[in-house]
Write a protein that binds this ligand. Structure first.
Ligand SMILES: Cc1cc2nc3c(=O)[nH]c(=O)nc-3n(C[C@H](O)[C@H](O)[C@H](O)COP(=O)(O)O)c2cc1C
Length: 399
């Protein structure tokens, strides 16, 4: 049976992914950190925000097409960097990148991906962004930047919200930490998911071998089962603003800083030459006390003004969430898990299904709020109750 046949929304894709993936892989993708407060709150924050429907406007020619950094996109969305697509599906990053190209949205390759940036650039087509973790031994990161430039990547995204490794307690409990040293629990978990075992792991082992971190410097390009031999490419707790300056000098194309939640930091990033800030709490995966990024967005939009592009991620599961982010001032959103679930269910077709579901829902939201174009999605769509506290939005969102 077609695995996508009964997937009518992202929650259905998540459920199908849960059935297909070993528990260790699924939880690595799906869960948050510590008590998962931030993860739940990302959704709660979106659900708190209400839109005011509008009618009696001809919306029959509405379109989700817009521009991002001056170039057309099929909808105001890009694929977030996630280091796990290659575990969800055989060469999952390439599948995801091809789906993005088909939907005319940019794809971001993570530093920790299992497909090399050169292969993505050669095979995927479409607009490609590269995510960077800045290692304590900077020269290795600079090598990676040079490779991304040579491979033709359009943008570099510096992630700044992962200075230490988060407490994802379920990973060791599942026997699924990286480096991956399968224990009895992990092995029986994999054996209990024969479709994944045959279609993903065995396929790797019988073709290209155990997946490796293909974007690491050659001497560190280890298998996911190998221990990191060098601390200089695992730690990143020395990063500071001088690094943003330095990256601006090194990288000639679009530069974004991802993981910003403070308005003054957003302004500083722009002053140091960033073309965009990505307001994000890493999908609730890193710091469990972090506020929802959608709650941080209005103050950042106000502080940045029209000096740079503001993008939002963390918690997008419905097309209406995209409209809410745009109404609060974001130019676009990134999606992480939504398309990973799709990739886990059916590779490229599954990732594309996720994008089409989100797009279809955004289209309906536009119809219900009488927006013919993406630019018409503005703050006037937000429902502002007289009792402002009921909505729980920051004051600036209500101004
Ligand atoms: C499995 C997984 C791996 C991720 N890996 C990275 C990464 O390597 N670099 C990064 O900047 N963000 C990473 N992220 C965070 C995403 O880029 C994004 O911020 C987050 O997924 C957005 O939230 P959402 O999943 O609710 O859409 C990862 C997220 C997931 C789910």
């Amino acid at each position: 049976m077609n695995a996508l046949a009964h997937c009518y929304n992202i929650a259905d894709l998540r459920e199908a992914a849960r059935r297909r993936l070993p528990k260790g892989v699924f939880e690595f993708v799906d869960r948050g950190t510590e008590d998962e407060v931030a993860l739940r709150n990302n959704r709660a924050a979106f659900e708190r925000i209400k839109l005011r429907p509008r009618s009696l406007v001809d919306v029959s020619r509405r379109s989700m097409q817009t521009t991002l950094f001056g170039k057309p996109v099929g909808m105001p969305l890009a694929i977030a960097p996630t280091g796990a697509a290659g575990l969800c599906w055989y060469h999952g990053e390439l599948e995801l990148a091809k789906a993005a190209a088909a939907a005319k949205v940019p794809f971001t390759l993570a530093t920790g991906a299992m497909t090399s940036m050169e292969e993505i650039a050669k095979e995927a087509g479409g607009r490609l962004w590269m995510q960077l973790y800045l290692w304590n031994e900077r020269r290795y990161s600079y090598e990676l930047i040079k490779r991304a430039e040579n491979a033709g990547f359009e943008a570099l995204i510096l992630t700044v919200d992962t200075v230490v490794s988060p407490n994802r307690e379920y990973n060791p409990r599942n026997g699924f930490n990286l480096p991956f040293h399968p224990n009895v629990r992990a092995i029986s978990d994999m054996l209990a998911h024969p479709r994944w075992l045959a279609g993903v792991l065995t396929r790797y082992l019988t073709t290209t071998g155990m997946p490796r971190y293909e974007n690491l410097p050659e001497q560190f390009r280890r298998k996911i089962t190998a221990d990191p031999s060098q601390k200089e490419i695992t730690r990143q707790d020395t990063m500071d603003w001088e690094d943003v300056k330095r990256l601006r000098d090194l990288w000639p194309r679009i530069l974004m800083v991802k993981g910003i939640m403070q308005p003054d930091e957003a302004v500083r990033a722009v002053e140091y030459g960033a073309d965009a800030v990505i307001v994000s709490n890493h999908g609730g995966r890193n710091f469990d006390s972090a506020m929802a990024s959608i709650d941080a967005l209005p103050d950042i939009v106000e502080a940045v003004g029209d000096r740079a592009t503001v993008i939002l991620d963390s918690g997008i599961r419905r097309g209406s969430d995209i409209a809410k982010a745009l109404a609060l001032g974001a130019k676009a959103v990134l999606v992480g898990r939504a398309t990973l679930y799709g990739t886990a269910v059916a590779g490229q077709a599954g990732a594309l299904a996720a994008l089409n579901l989100l797009g279809g829902e955004l289209d309906k939201t536009m119809a219900y709020t009488a927006c013919n174009t993406i630019d018409e999605i503005g703050p006037d769509l937000l429902y502002l109750p007289r009792d402002r506290n009921r909505m729980g939005l920051p004051e600036t969102a209500l101004a």
